[in-house]
Design a protein around this ligand. Structure first.
Ligand code: FES
Ligand code: FES
Length: 161
């Protein structure tokens, strides 16, 4: 089946089998392998991408369900070689160890902080509870998210000018 959507600002038209998940489509057909697959059951959050501004689990979605959508994967967060403020905060706080969970953490937090740039620590922890990390503990991840909030607040402020 033909499906058209946009990924990281780029229009895509692709042939997929009806049962192809969005995760497999992104990783195998579009070679966007930053989206990771852990549980493939909607539990771990490693496969999280942003669809029309909302964090979604790409292992639970079919590629055909993304028809017409605007998608952002972890590859779309940075601008060329420059890390996004959230990515830079993860690096500053050493908010990763093996890094397998990191793409899902980044996309989840990017979706949250774009919508809620003043999100409280409690809110951040609540949203992050859907993303499992088995290496670092969550303290540096939460600290990185709190640190990055000012950049999202500034971006939201400039949107209103
Ligand atoms: S791989 Fe999708 S939630 Fe775990
Ligand atoms: S850094 Fe390894 S699972 Fe999170």
């Amino acid at each position: 089946m033909k499906v058209e959507f946009e990924v990281n600002g780029r229009p895509v038209e692709i042939d997929v089998a009806p049962r192809t998940t969005l995760a497999d489509c992104l990783r195998q057909q579009l070679k966007l392998t930053g989206t990771h697959l852990g549980c493939e059951h909607g539990v771990c959050g490693a496969c999280t991408v942003i669809m029309n501004g909302a964090a979604v689990r790409s292992c639970l979605m079919l590629a055909v369900q993304a028809r017409g959508a605007s998608l952002v994967t972890v590859e779309g967060l940075s601008h060329g070689e420059d890390l996004s403020p959230l990515q830079a905060a993860f690096r500053r706080h050493n908010a990763l160890q093996c890094g397998f969970c990191t793409p899902g953490m980044l996309t989840t937090l990017h979706a949250l902080l774009t919508r809620e740039p003043f999100a409280s620590e409690e809110r951040i922890r609540d949203v992050l509870s859907g993303n499992l990390c088995r290496c670092t503990g969550y303290i540096p991840i939460v600290e990185a998210a709190l640190d990055a909030r000012s950049a999202y607040q500034a971006a939201a402020g400039s949107d209103h000018t």
